[in-house]
Design a protein around this ligand. Structure first.
Ligand SMILES: [Zn+2]
Length: 248
């Protein structure tokens, strides 16, 4: 028991890439113990080679990954899932029960629905960009989900990893709390900007009140480290003075 605890760790991957907005970075996370190597979120379509390289730079051949958890169905978080499933069919893929039908193609992407609703209100100058975004979303290939997750589920990883429903950014959004390491893998419930924890861009929140309620819910957990997909790792606590404004 003691030995396996010593090997428990969370690795923050760093994937740097360039698009029309310039150089950008995303941070998929890996939860690793003696038995399992779990990747949380997996990047845009076409990102498998970047993922393989990033994992290898942390001494993890991609073939060692046993499971993938998708925090929500935005294409920067699950876009590469289809190609991963093709090359690594043994990896078990998990997502919340609300998100699974949007990932496996049974239901339309909520981002595309949002784009449909907003189309008429987009100023002319932003139209071309909005169309590009829609086309990119439509091009994401669906991928099957093996297991669906619910709020309060506890996976055995690192002695107990809790699934916390954190709706707001998307209704089916989940975060992962690795109890023994007091670490929260946030998905897009939080971001890190200039070394500080912040709420993700409210423009992309499907329900801002729900997003705020999710943050209040997370304040009940004893968290010392946040691993954010956008911004990376920050050691802080929601009870710190600097974070109080997040709870308002
Ligand atoms: Zn995101």
């Amino acid at each position: 028991m003691e030995n396996s605890m010593k090997n428990d760790e969370i690795l923050t991957l760093t994937i740097r890439f360039e698009d029309e907005d310039g150089v950008r970075v995303i941070h998929p996370a890996i939860i690793k113990d003696e038995r399992e190597t779990v990747l949380v979120d997996c990047g845009y379509p076409g990102f498998l080679p970047l993922l393989e390289r990033a994992a290898l730079s942390r001494s993890i051949p991609f073939g060692e990954i046993t499971s993938i958890v998708v925090t929500h169905h935005d294409y920067d978080h699950y876009g590469a899932l289809h190609e991963i499933r093709e090359k690594y069919p043994k990896i078990r893929v998990m997502a919340s029960e609300l998100d699974a039908p949007h990932i496996d193609g049974r239901k339309k992407s909520l981002r595309l629905r949002q784009a449909d609703e907003m189309r008429d209100s987009i100023p002319e100058s932003d139209r071309a960009r909005a169309m590009d975004f829609e086309r990119a979303l439509e091009a994401v290939k669906p991928a099957a989900i093996d297991d669906t997750l619910r709020d309060g589920d506890v996976l055995p990883w690192c002695g107990g990893t809790e699934i916390i429903a954190t709706p707001g950014h998307m209704p089916g959004h989940i975060s992962l709390y690795v109890r023994r390491l007091k670490t929260l893998i946030t998905g897009d419930a939080f971001v890190v900007a200039r070394g500080r924890l912040r709420m993700a861009n409210p423009n992309y929140a499907m329900d801002i009140d729900e997003a705020k309620a999710s943050i209040k819910k997370l304040a009940r957990y004893d968290i010392g480290t946040f691993v954010c997909y956008h911004g990376g790792l920050v050691k802080t606590s929601l009870t710190n003075r600097e974070n109080r404004r997040l709870l308002m």
